[in-house]
Design a protein around this ligand. Structure first.
Ligand code: ZN
Length: 329
C-alpha cells in the first residue's frame, strides 16, 4: 500500500513509470516542508525493492527495513550534525556525495534497485552538487536518485535539468482532516490540526510545531498588554533567533492569530483557525477596533516583507511590535 496522502497527479505519474519498468535515473520532488516529499520518496524506494512490486506491501522484510532505514540498497542522505557542537551543519558535504557515488557504482546488494534520497538537495555544497552531477551524467544501471527540495531555485540548474520534476502542492484542508481521522484522531482535533497544517499532513502531526505554536500565540496575546520595554526585548530575542535559524514561522503564527481576530470582529467565528484559543481571541477582539486589527495585520505583513528583502531583522521587528495596539490587561 502507498503511504502518501493526496498528490494524485504525482502518484499517477510515478505509478506509470514504476508499472512500465521505465523509471528515470533521477527525480526532483519539490514542495513545501512537511507536504509529503519524504513519505513519497519512501513509497518509491519500497516499490522499487518490495517483492510485491508496486504498490509495495509494506509488511515484508524489505519494506520494513526500508522504513527503519536499515535496507542496504536504500540510503537517505541529509544534513549531518557537527561532531563538536552537535548542531546541524549548514551543507551536505562532498564526502557524503563521494560515499553515494561509490555505492551507486555497485550493483544492488539484495534488492532490485539502489535508491538514494537526498533530503534538502538545495543544501548540497557546490562541490557536493558537482560530484552528484557527475554521477547523474553517467547514471549507473539500477540506481534511482530522489532529490527532495523545498527551495528548488537554490539548486544548480545543471542538476535539476537531469531530473524529472515532480511537484507536490499543499493538500485541500478536508483531505488532511480525513487523513488525521483515519489515523485515529478525534474529529475536533483533526479539524483544528488540518486547519493549522497549511495543507501539509506532516505538519499536522508535528508535535514540535504545535509546541512552538503554543509559545507564539501566548506571545501574540501577551504583547497586547506589554509596554514598549518588554516589546522591544521580545523583538530583540526573536530577531536573534531569526538570524540563527532564518525561519520566520513565528510571524506566520502571529499573522494567523491576528487574522482570527479580524474574522471574529467580522462575525465569522466558524472560520477561525486557532479554534483552541477562542477565549483569548474573543477577549482581544472585544477590546480592539476593526481598524486597529487591520493596522496590526499591515504591520506584521510589512515586517515579513522586510525580512524577505533582507532588512535588519531587529529593526523590522522593533517597528512592528511598537506599532501593535495596546490593550488594558
Ligand atoms: Zn514489501
Amino acid at each position: 500500500m502507498w503511504r502518501t496522502v493526496g498528490h494524485p497527479r504525482a502518484m499517477a505519474y510515478l505509478e506509470r513509470s514504476l508499472g512500465s519498468g521505465r523509471m528515470a535515473h533521477a527525480y526532483l520532488l519539490v514542495g513545501p516542508r512537511h507536504v509529503g516529499k519524504g513519505t513519497l520518496a519512501q513509497d518509491v524506494a519500497r516499490a522499487l525493492n518490495c517483492p510485491e512490486d508496486s504498490p509495495p506491501c509494506g509488511t515484508c522484510s524489505a519494506c520494513q527495513r526500508i522504513d527503519r532505514g536499515t535496507h542496504p540498497d536504500v540510503l537517505r542522505v541529509g544534513l549531518l550534525s557537527d561532531e563538536k557542537t552537535g548542531r546541524p551543519r549548514t551543507e551536505i558535504s562532498i564526502d557524503q556525495m563521494r560515499e553515494v557515488a561509490s555505492l551507486a557504482a555497485l550493483p544492488p546488494y539484495e534488492g532490485r534497485h539502489r535508491v538514494f534520497s537526498i533530503d534538502g538537495a538545495e543544501l548540497l555544497s557546490t562541490e557536493a552538487a558537482n560530484a552528484l552531477l557527475k554521477t547523474l551524467e553517467e547514471p549507473p544501471p539500477k540506481v534511482v536518485f530522489l532529490l527532495l527540495s523545498a527551495a528548488e531555485g537554490a539548486l544548480l540548474p545543471t542538476v535539476t535539468s537531469r531530473c524529472q520534476r515532480v511537484e507536490l502542492r499543499p493538500l485541500p484542508y478536508p483531505e488532511v482532516a480525513r487523513f488525521l481521522e483515519a489515523a485515529g484522531m478525534g474529529p475536533e482535533e483533526a479539524r483544528l490540526r488540518a486547519r493549522l497544517s497549511s495543507g501539509r499532513p506532516g505538519r499536522a502531526l508535528d508535535e514540535e510545531f504545535f509546541r512552538r505554536r503554543g509559545d507564539a500565540l501566548a506571545q501574540a496575546e501577551a504583547l497586547l498588554s506589554q509596554g514598549s520595554g518588554d516589546r522591544l526585548a521580545l523583538a530583540t530575542e526573536r530577531a536573534a533567533s531569526y538570524e540563527r535559524e532564518r525561519d520566520a514561522e513565528f510571524l506566520d503564527l502571529w499573522l494567523g492569530w491576528w487574522r482570527d481576530l479580524l474574522l471574529l470582529r467580522a462575525g465569522c467565528p466558524d472560520a477561525v483557525a486557532n479554534a483552541d484559543h477562542t477565549a483569548a481571541l474573543e477577549r482581544a477582539a472585544g477590546a480592539l477596533s476593526l481598524s486597529q486589527i487591520r493596522a496590526a495585520l499591515h504591520s506584521l505583513r510589512a515586517a515579513m516583507e522586510g525580512l524577505r528583502r533582507h532588512a535588519s531583522p531587529r529593526l523590522a521587528l522593533e517597528v512592528m511590535v511598537l506599532n501593535l495596539p495596546h490593550m488594558e490587561a
